[in-house]
Design a protein around this ligand. Structure first.
Ligand SMILES: [Zn+2]
Length: 121
């Protein structure tokens, strides 16, 4: 799998970063802040050890379940075009949620890791 990382921003790093909510950041970019959340199911280790391991259903290749009762939401968006915002939210609500594999890549990109798949066992 090839993953492209796109970054935007300025070349100067502010010495004191002003806190901006994600809604404010989206507004500054002229876009919408649409939120979603996913469940990563855990279970107690089958070997009887008191530790959390991934429930196999988490890594079954399917998209992970939404953690939001009503799916994607735009309640924190600060835009002034509610109709467009709702349309974007509705589109995102129909977009497939990441699988565990997708989540792994999202985390790696965000945290600065490079992934290498181990040889198949
Ligand atoms: Zn919006």
């Amino acid at each position: 799998m090839t993953t492209t990382i796109t970054t935007t921003g300025t070349s100067t790093i502010p010495t004191q970063e002003v806190y901006m909510s994600q809604g404010e950041r989206a507004l500054a970019r002229g876009t919408h802040y649409i939120e979603e959340s996913i469940w990563v199911y855990l279970m107690r280790d089958w070997d009887g050890i008191d530790r959390w391991v991934l429930d196999p259903v988490t890594v079954d290749g399917c998209g992970l379940d939404s953690g939001l009762e009503d799916g994607a939401r735009n309640s924190e968006c600060m835009c002034e075009d509610q109709a467009e915002c709702d349309a974007v939210r509705d589109r995102m609500d129909r977009a497939p949620l990441p699988s565990a594999d997708d989540l792994l890549h999202l985390l790696a990109e965000s945290l600065g890791y490079t992934l290498t798949r181990a040889a198949q066992r």
